[in-house]
Design a protein around this ligand. Structure first.
Ligand code: 3HC
Length: 311
């Protein structure tokens, strides 16, 4: 594209105009949005697996109902996001094919195992808590369909975070064993939750351009810091110990200093060598194969209905 076109597009972004699917847009803008929205959708769908595992093992009917509702919500978020990506001219089949072939990424956090019931509380509290931190600014993303999808997603995410924190509150007020289970889950999920925000800004491939195009409103490190500052007091209220000996309030900065994230672990998990990567991909491929008949039936029905309408 020529400089004039790019400058005119940037002027629209700077004027806070929403970009809609049929608007002229730089190829790079379209490409990075398809990448991010599709990976966001893949994350929602794969994220149903660790939690779905506990629906039949929830300790009470109330917990089961809340978890069932949350997992169904995540599936809906995935469909919303695939639909938003489709407005940019890609097909759902193509996007799902990229996930199942291992070509497309999904959030590293979902490659960790949900070992005890406290993990379900911690996932709601920390993983959905981090997702809210990241998704609220996306409600103001310059691309219309993505921003609008985020509004409902964020409302449901708040319920997910509350129900998770309430599970943690119940466990921490319970027996010593229950509190120890909550502490063990926090120890295992804290650092992987920080990795959800992506590499440090200095190592972030897309941040500068995504900030310029107002796809991102804050950088990875800014959102991570907001998440840490909001979450540490919640852990203190639970009476749990943060698994980071370097965590310390920095009055001058008005936020917590913290220990270094293990970026070798981050890249190992992103590249497919986490604890559950193979299980997650196997489960998704099996579900896709098992549901072939559903897709074929839906297509046959759509063709029959269309033929009837044109007859
Ligand atoms: N897991 C896997 N890959 C990650 C990652 C993570 N936690 N963090 C970053 N990456 C990847 C990026 O995708 C990029 O790779 P790519 O070029 O192949 O796409 C690379 O690492 C470099 O990272 P960047 O910072 O340059 O990438 P982005 O600018 O895209 O920032 C992001 C990463 C902050 C995750 C951004 O993509 C984003 O905000 N995405 C939308 C939100 C999202 O996807 N959240 C994931 C969790 S969904 C969820 O939690 C659902 C809830 O219901 C539980």
């Amino acid at each position: 594209e020529d400089e004039e076109f790019l400058a005119a597009f940037q002027a629209r972004i700077d004027a806070e105009l929403k970009i809609e699917p049929n608007d002229p847009m730089p190829a790079g803008y379209r490409k990075t949005l398809v990448r991010q929205i599709a990976q966001h959708a893949h994350s929602e769908i794969v994220g149903m697996l660790p939690e779905g595992n506990w629906i039949t093992r929830a300790p009470t009917l109330r917990r089961k109902a809340a978890l069932l509702a949350k997992v169904q919500d995540e599936g809906g978020h995935g469909l919303y996001l695939y639909s938003a990506a489709e407005t940019l001219g890609v097909s759902r089949e193509e996007l799902v094919g990229q996930l199942l072939s291992g070509k497309a990424k999904y959030s590293s956090i979902f490659n960790y195992p949900a070992i005890t019931w406290a993990d379900i509380g911690t996932i709601g509290w920390l993983v959905d808590g981090a997702a809210i931190m990241n998704q609220i600014p996306l409600c103001r993303c310059s691309f219309g369909p993505y921003a609008r999808a985020m509004i409902r997603v964020c409302k449901e995410e708040s319920f997910h975070q509350r129900q998770g924190y309430e599970i943690m509150l119940t466990l921490c007020k319970g027996s010593d064993e229950q509190k120890a289970m909550a502490q063990d889950a926090l120890d295992r999920w804290w650092w992987p939750s920080l990795m959800m925000f992506g590499p440090h800004d200095a190592d972030s491939t897309h941040s500068d351009q995504s900030m310029a195009w107002k796809i991102k409103r804050f950088t990875n490190d800014e959102l991570r810091q907001k998440f840490i500052d909001a979450t540490v007091p919640q852990a203190e209220f639970l009476g749990l110990t943060m698994p980071d000996p370097d965590l310390k309030w920095n009055e001058e900065k008005g936020g917590y200093d913290h220990g270094e994230i293990d970026w070798d672990e981050f890249w190992r998990v992103v590249k497919g060598d986490g604890i559950c990567n193979r299980d997650r991909m196997k489960a998704r491929r099996k579900a896709h194969d098992d549901n072939t008949w559903v897709r074929e039936a839906a297509l046959a029905y759509a063709e029959k209905t269309a033929a009837r309408e044109t007859a």
